[in-house]
Design a protein. Structure first.
Length: 126
């Protein structure tokens, strides 16, 4: 299939596919006429990249999943390097959640403290 068909089937733009190719995540042989030639495996590969990115993974973090698919595995997350990326992402998410919990506690404390203080009335009668 040509790049336009891959883009349509994978739900991305041809520009995105060219970007993936420039980053070494996607490759395709060229036909005699110079057009890139893709197959169904490339559709799955691009969908894997997009799914991971939509879940908060950076483009470079998708590389182990792509390599796993290229190695012939049915799923991009069935290789040890992919699992390592999942573990790192979970640790990152846990750290962010802990930070958000701390911020929430601080905001909650300020709200409670402010609720017991005299009220400020701006631009109107008290």
């Amino acid at each position: 299939m040509r790049i336009s068909e891959l883009a349509e089937r994978a739900g991305v733009s041809t520009r995105t596919l060219r970007y993936y190719e420039a980053r070494g995540l996607l490759s395709a042989p060229r036909a005699a006429n110079g057009y890139r030639v893709y197959d169904d495996a490339d559709v799955e590969l691009v969908r894997q990249i997009r799914t991971l990115q939509e879940s908060g993974f950076g483009l470079e973090e998708t590389r182990p999943f792509v390599e796993c698919l290229r190695a012939g595995h049915p799923r991009g997350d069935s290789c040890p390097d992919s699992l390592d990326v999942y573990r790192r992402k979970l640790a990152e998410i846990d750290a962010l959640m802990e930070k958000l919990r701390a911020v929430r506690a601080e905001v909650s404390e300020r709200l409670l403290r402010s609720a017991t203080e005299p009220k400020c009335h701006l631009g109107g009668s008290p």
